[in-house]
Design a protein around this ligand. Sequence first.
Ligand SMILES: NC(=O)c1ccc[n+]([C@@H]2O[C@H](COP(=O)([O-])OP(=O)(O)OC[C@H]3O[C@@H](n4cnc5c(N)ncnc54)[C@H](O)[C@@H]3O)[C@@H](O)[C@H]2O)c1
Ligand SMILES: [Zn+2]
Length: 375
Amino acid sequence: MKVLITGGMGFIGRAVTKKLIESSVNSITIVDPLTEKIHGPDAKPFDFMNPMVNFIKGDISDRAVIEPLLLSADAVIHLAAETGTGQSMYEIELYNKVNITATSLMLDILSNNKHKIKKFLVASSRAIYGEGKYTCNQHGAVYPNARLDKDMSKGDFEVKCPFCATNCNVEATTEDSLIHPSSFYGITKHFQESIVMTMCPNIGIAPVALRYQNVYGPGQSLNNPYTGILSIFSNLLRAGKNIEIFEDGQESRDFVFIEDVADATAASLLNEKANNQILNIGSGVSTSVIDVANTLKMLYGSSSKLSVNGKYRIGDIRHNFADISRAKEAIGFTPRYDFKNGIKCFTDWVNTQEVKSDDSYKRSLEEMKQKNLYK
Ligand SMILES: NC(=O)c1ccc[n+]([C@@H]2O[C@H](COP(=O)([O-])OP(=O)(O)OC[C@H]3O[C@@H](n4cnc5c(N)ncnc54)[C@H](O)[C@@H]3O)[C@@H](O)[C@H]2O)c1
Ligand SMILES: [Zn+2]
């Protein structure tokens, strides 16, 4: 099987490629422009030291690049994307071009040409749920709207029931939960997922959408100031800078370790039981941001001060963790790493990297502030 991986030089793509090298796949082509935001200036492609991996430096928005690659592949893992939730709130055209238009172009090519692709796997995201599933004591299961500026500006960050406006409790989000993204990134991911799931069966392709939760681990970008609180906090802690945690620090996420994500992605490609399925890929466990910051500080032995600053970003969700029972049923997915083990592997790896102490994170917050998105 010849597999095409778009965005395969990214964090998830490299881990998936390594996993597939050990599998029954016999050829992997990666297409990736090595965007500077992720890879830094003058980036060189990662060398997998394996002749079955080919690398094409190119942009999937370019028909001349993507068409021949699609038409010679047997399967696609579509990971290429712009990925910053906050940045997506003002770089709308860019997020549209890479995430929506380029995916449409790929489907256009497959719909109008003879192809031999049997499977198309698309990287979706927990961002499509916006605030996920909650329960209200009075109204049962509810899907709250984005939090209001007027509550958050008073320091009230809790999620409210859409019917009675009282605080409600977070539940594990199942795949059949309401889709209502609160960021442009989330909208693009939902669109990507929907067009792949809808169009592929008409052209003889089995689609699979993997709704990744917050993926972390060795190899994640330490350059990109727009994504990945583990990277952002690590850079600040190692440079001896203090960390100001948004909101009250109790906001939480489902952190899933990269090896588990690579296993799940490879299994979804190789196992027919994943065909036509939409699967949450997470740890199934919620971890608060303040716990993340404290754990990192302890593991780096850093003397930086942590404080909660009560500021917030428009478009951020409060809590999130995934119900992963469907992935367990379909592909036998059970995470092998809990947060304690995963974060230790992550910090051990970060300690082998050079300390990043530029002001790019500060500048990213300034950008959001200017757009009235960081308050
Ligand atoms: N990492 C996470 O926590 C997470 C969570 C949910 C969903 N996802 C999704 O998983 C996928 C991979 O994420 P990642 O964490 O590996 O991100 P990443 O930024 O590390 O990798 C994305 C790769 O795509 C490449 N790329 C960007 N524009 C491209 C273009 N026009 N053509 C081809 N390649 C292009 C980049 O150079 C980069 O190598 C994305 O679709 C993302 O939306 C990631
Ligand atoms: Zn209620």
